[in-house]
Design a protein around this ligand. Structure first.
Ligand SMILES: NC(=O)c1ccc[n+]([C@@H]2O[C@H](COP(=O)([O-])OP(=O)(O)OC[C@H]3O[C@@H](n4cnc5c(N)ncnc54)[C@H](O)[C@@H]3O)[C@@H](O)[C@H]2O)c1
Ligand SMILES: [Zn+2]
Ligand SMILES: [Zn+2]
Length: 371
């Protein structure tokens, strides 16, 4: 079938919306008509060349939701007509990581999503017979996608699909960072550095588990306004305020229990490590450009028992966590509406990235005409 997709051809080249050919779903795969897709900085890292891509023509996007239109042979977990959230961790279900409830660490993710190919190592997209790849085996900047059945998670049908789309990356990652990766307890103090879609979701997660102070840091006042609306108890803009001084005044002697870094910069990860109290933990959620390394003092690590832990996809189990996050939204406990900064058409994708570059605040959501 013919689909409309935004195709990335290389750093510095405009992203054009074009008609591509999409093959039918093969064994274990499903065809999804997308209603909406969110724009994540993990797409933007590729656009900026911070993450090298050797996949040639590539349809970016990995945060989407829609309706299943067709299923391939052997599919058992998804049916035609199901409303689904795309997941960018297609997993095997039987390896030690899958069995331990950590599908984001499944080797299958590296063999499929991280190579921008499906389970059999190929892509379903092409243009005039030439292969076009789907980013993270998802490629959500297209009005239809074919994904593995473990990459399409059914949810209740009364949930709005443009909100549901956000669960597929920002919300799963940010809320999951708090409730799965970390173990934030009621009353704990939490610092969030970077308040884009991911950092704002960390703030929502911290509010959900009744954290004590929730301190948000961002260079953009618009992002900080959203942070306040979503549950931050204090906000700091480092362009006008010294973060170290402000945080220590806010937390006092009790110190800072948790710092979530949601940008991916060496400077802010190291700063987060400085700011946590003895016994505290930095959760690295932001992802850095190729080649970045951090420096921390191992003596402080052992002597002060300071920890630094990584977080991929909020340590989520998509099949369990996505429907739960949607239930929390529908029950009014998770403000997905407040996460949306802007809605756009697919052909406005270039503007969406420029909004992200300027730090305009909130997620941009692409709405498809066929929704
Ligand atoms: N760990 C995971 O599984 C996972 C999943 C999704 C995204 N990510 C990563 O999380 C990061 C954030 O993604 P996003 O979509 O929320 O990005 P975003 O661009 O929407 O938000 C980033 C925010 O950081 C702020 N910022 C930038 N530089 C700053 C600085 N020096 N000090 C303070 N604030 C600063 C910006 O103003 C912006 O509000 C990215 O690196 C992305 O790749 C990780
Ligand atoms: Zn596995
Ligand atoms: Zn993402």
């Amino acid at each position: 079938m013919k689909v409309k997709a935004a195709v990335f051809e290389g750093v510095g080249k405009p992203i054009q919306v074009e008609e591509l050919d999409l093959q039918d779903p093969q064994e274990g795969e499903v065809l999804v008509r997308l209603a909406a897709a969110g724009v994540c900085h993990s797409d933007f890292h590729v656009v900026k060349g911070e993450w090298a891509s050797d996949s040639g023509s590539l349809v970016l996007g990995h945060e989407g939701a829609g309706v299943v239109e067709k299923i391939g042979s052997g599919v058992t977990t998804v049916a035609v007509g199901d409303h689904v959230i795309l997941s960018w961790v297609p997993y095997c279900g039987v390896c030690r990581y899958c069995q331990a409830g950590k599908p984001a660490l499944c080797p299958k993710v590296e063999q499929t999503a991280y190579l921008n190919v499906q389970y059999d190592g190929t892509s379903r997209l092409s243009r005039d017979g030439e292969v076009v790849s789907s980013y993270l085996a998802t490629g959500a900047f297209a009005d239809h996608v074919v994904v593995h059945e473990t990459g399409a998670v059914p949810i209740r049908k009364d949930a709005p699909l443009d909100r549901a789309a956000l669960v597929g990356c920002a919300v799963a990652t940010g809320v999951g960072a708090v409730i799965n990766t970390a173990d934030v307890r009621p009353g704990d103090s939490v610092l969030v550095i970077g308040c884009g879609g991911v950092g704002l979701s960390v703030i929502m997660g911290a509010k959900l588990v009744s954290a004590g102070q929730i301190i948000a840091v961002d260079m953009s006042d618009k992002a900080l306004d959203l942070a306040k609306a979503l549950g931050a108890t204090a906000v700091i803009n480092p362009s006008s305020t010294d973060v170290t001084v402000a945080v220590s005044e806010l937390v006092g002697e009790a110190g800072l229990d948790w710092a979530f870094e949601a940008i991916g910069l060496k400077s802010t990860i190291e700063q987060a490590y400085e700011l946590i109290a003895p016994g505290g933990t930095v959760v690295v959620v932001g992802q850095s450009a190729d080649g970045v390394t951090i420096e921390i003092d191992p003596m402080v690590m052992s002597d002060r028992e300071k920890s630094i832990i990584g977080c991929n996809y909020g340590s989520s189990r998509p099949a369990i966590d996505f429907p739960r996050l949607i239930d929390l939204y529908m029950a009014g406990k998770l403000d997905l509406d407040g996460l949306i900064g802007h809605t756009a058409r697919l052909d406005e994708i270039g503007d969406a990235f420029e909004r992200m570059r300027r730090g305009e605040g909130g997620r941009t959501v692409i709405r498809y005409d066929n929704a």
